[in-house]
Design a binder for this molecule. Sequence first.
Ligand code: HPA
Length: 264
Amino acid sequence: MMPTLAFQRLLDCAQADRPVAAIVLGSGMGRVAERLRAVQAVPFVEVPGLQATSVQGHHGQVSLGDWAGRRVLLFEGRLHYYECQSWRTVAAPLQTAQFLGTRVLLLTNAAGGIHDALLPGRLMLVRDHIEWNRPYCWQGLMRGEVRPSPYSPRLRQLFYDAGLTLGLRLHEGVYAAVTGPCYETPAEIRALRAWGADAVGMSTAREVQLAHDAGLECAAVSLITNRAAGLSDGPIHHGEVLTNAAAQAERLADLLEGVLRRLG
Ligand code: HPA
């Protein structure tokens, strides 16, 4: 695909002033983007490798601009495996970020809380993940090596410090990635809990693993929007996820801003 004029302008701006970080916003977190003073914005469909988002609560635009005195690339929404059926497309934003010169990737997501402390509204800093999505693509590493957590200890420390300044003690935990799009059964959540998962969601793990393997430094934070299936009364609705995510968008934006200020 030939780059559109808008994407070419984004590329030129990024080349002139390289973004220090790329941020991916999860479901319902669109208001976080208000913190960015954008100099260029391009819809996903105009970015090579990306496609329009079909999920409510994802704006589907990538913006380049300034936030906390830093040049930042912001993905307003993401593509999920369940909407595009292609891990290559899911990974395209991080490849774009790398192509535009970014070395740091900060992901956010909406997630269901499994750990007892992870009630709606809380933020979880991802320490590691469980990703058993198919096809399992890490065969190249199956020669006896232990695969380290792809979440950067340095960035986790920056999140932790930024949280403390805001009076937020971030819960660190393990994110379990499922493909969705439907929510889990209570039995699946009991199984995930037994495996050591603290929260569950439909994104992030594959993006982080691929980005880490490609040499990017990664961190992710989960915004807990609901108790996972079977851990509270009643069914889970996407509307509830969006409402709770939007309610915490300011706090998440403060946290990301604190991290950006601390980035060297
Ligand atoms: N399960 C999976 N994905 C989610 C959830 C959940 O409970 N909440 C938000 N995203």
